[in-house]
Design a protein around this ligand. Structure first.
Ligand SMILES: *Cc1c(COP(=O)(O)O)cnc(C)c1O
Length: 397
């Protein structure tokens, strides 16, 4: 056990209890709720302490770019939730994605990535990594048999998300885990859409799990954050790179997130109940072409979703009949829900991926990712479900 967590005796194996009771050691004030350690550095007792600390002979905080008590608590909680050995917390989800990949890859390496990934991750692979001679190939998540043909001598890792953004497609994590293991590739899963409460990719063979803490983890649209967790050896590489390059999470945001995780299970349960009800309402609606939600029986990967997830998540995707024009009319008619780019917030949000998060992709790339002009993505929040359905219903009509 990490020396900063000596208080956590007799820990339960239950998710909810760990999320609440994993806590930093108390100070001499015996505070009940963990304080905010808003400090950039930490002091040394004497010359020997200073030397030993920098030599990493003891586990302690030196400088908040390396570690901070609030970040450590946030990381410890997520490690328990994901079944991981270690982690590092970042200022945003994209800082986590970039730093993790940059820490593990070198010039000449090749990434095998799912085609349907977060828009900024897509841009990172397409527009920036090639500058450092790091190349990639994309695979379709419903054709895993084709993956092995794409493996090159310098392929180092597989990168994927499930459920995907914004199409809520499901990737068979167990099958992908087996392919990664067989070919000795590092499997990195962005688990942001599920949250650690609904799905733990390490169980299915992932080596590293990335989250944007900005989404369901915070859950109230307040802070940006990211985290990578996984095996101690790989995380050590991520840590070495990150403590030098400086993408660390701020203590304040870590404190907010660690508190948010106390209610993650409760919130995500309600997000999922509301999302399933909305998906059922939209299915068969006369103004809607199709609806996609992992826990709808009509979802093409319903069985795999049931196998690897506890519930379907907070995002419902659907297509308004009538293409771009009808889509725009729908957004203009929305009254209660927010038109915003975030997701996993307590406030329900509607977005138009084709003109926002995925606008940087070409029309062909969007089509391959299943993004059509009339597609709407709803991040179903925690308002009363009757009000969420009423707003979407009046906007469709
Ligand atoms: C939002 C998001 C990210 C990026 O996270 P930020 O905190 O916005 O940097 C990465 N992956 C997925 C799936 C996301 O939804």
């Amino acid at each position: 056990m990490n020396p900063f967590f000596g208080n956590n005796k007799n820990m339960s194996k239950k998710f909810e209890t760990n999320a609440i009771r994993t806590q930093l050691n108390r100070t001499e004030h015996l505070e009940h709720s963990v304080p905010l350690y808003l400090t950039s550095s930490f002091i040394f007792e004497d010359a020997e302490d200073m030397r030993a600390s920098f030599a990493e002979e003891k586990e302690r905080n030196i400088y908040s770019r390396y570690s901070n008590p609030n970040s450590s608590e946030f990381i410890e909680k997520v490690c328990q939730m994901e079944g991981a050995e270690a982690g590092f917390a970042f200022a945003s989800g994209m800082a986590a994605v970039f730093s993790t990949l940059a820490a593990l890859l070198e010039s000449g390496d090749h990434i095998l990535s799912a085609r349907s990934i977060f828009g900024s991750t897509h841009s990172l692979l397409n527009n920036f990594f090639p500058k450092w001679n790091i190349s990639h190939s994309y695979f379709k998540i419903d054709d895993l048999d084709a993956i092995e043909a794409l493996i090159k001598p310098k392929t180092k890792l597989i990168y994927a998300e499930s459920p995907t953004n914004p199409g809520v497609d499901i990737l068979d994590l167990d099958a992908l885990g087996k392919i990664a293991k067989k070919n000795n590739l590092i499997l990195v899963i962005d688990n942001c859409f599920a949250s650690p409460y609904l799905q733990q990719p390490i169980k299915f063979g992932a080596d590293l799990v990335i989250h944007s803490g900005t989404k369901l983890m915070d859950g109230q649209g307040r802070v940006l954050a990211g985290i990578t967790v996984g095996g101690a050896e790989l995380i050590d590489k991520v840590y070495r790179f990150s403590r030098i390059t400086g993408p660390a999470l701020s203590p304040f945001n870590a404190w907010v997130l660690s508190k948010s995780l106390e209610t993650l299970a409760l919130r995500v349960d309600r997000h999922c109940d509301n999302a399933l009800k909305l998906a059922e309402f939209l299915e068969g609606h006369s103004k809607v072409n199709w609806v996609k939600y992992p826990f709808l029986k009509s979802h093409p990967k319903y069985k795999i979703a049931k196998k690897q997830m506890k519930a379907g998540g907070c995002v419902v995707a659907f297509e308004v009949k009538g293409g771009l024009k009808a889509g725009q009319q729908f957004f203009d008619a929305i009254k209660l829900l927010s038109l915003s780019a975030n997701l996993g917030d307590s406030r329900s949000i509607v977005t138009h991926p084709a003109s926002t998060t995925h606008s940087k992709l070409s029309v062909e790339e969007r089509a391959e990712s299943g993004i059509t002009d009339g597609m709407v993505r709803v991040s179903v929040g925690l308002e009363h479900i009757d009000d969420i359905i009423a707003d979407i219903s009046q906007a469709l009509n």
